[in-house]
Design a protein around this ligand. Sequence first.
Ligand code: GDP
Length: 198
Amino acid sequence: LFARPWEFITSVKEMHQLPVLDGIEIAFAGRSNVGKSSLINKLTGKKALARTSNTPGRTQMLNFFGAEHSMLKIVDMPGYGYAEAPKGMVDAWTSLIFDYLRGRSTLRRVFSLIDSRHGIKKNDLDAMAILDKSAVPYQVVLTKADKLKPGQLQRMKEETLKVLAKRPAAHPEVIATSSEKGLGMDDLRAEIAQLVSY
Ligand code: GDP
């Protein structure tokens, strides 16, 4: 799945621009700066596939990536939770995400990225509420795990699982990752391979 070279397919700002339903999609969501671009780049082994959050323009769109002859597509969802985001922008984010999630039969799972140091915050819960409402399965991936000591990371995992236990569409396992150190990438790849195989 990840051996083939990954390429950018398209950016979507409006629903009519969505690629036709074909193959399998997984999506990555998270607050801006959570480490989403770094994770996608690490996962696909392509350095600048997903642009970092300080590249304006593409950041408010759904970005699709794929590899030739592969049924798997990766969708980079726009980051949320900019401190100074005007309400109109938040509303636009919400409706784009909602429209995408609704009836996207190719979408197998959303990986909901959470910074290991911060845990689940209010705007993460808001995003999870949209996923629950759309009945799209999602799994939490903790990022920047290299920033924590093993004991701290374990506690963060447990705390996170406790929060997720009450959420209907949440997957009951979390994966801790570090794009910097490569930690958890095999686990994440294995999880994705499983999604593709059934
Ligand atoms: P995005 O806004 O979610 O796409 O986040 P980026 O991937 O651009 O990362 C935001 C910042 O976090 C950058 O300064 C990255 O270098 C840093 N970062 C990302 N992943 C990791 C990680 O695994 N470990 C550490 N220590 N820093 C990371």
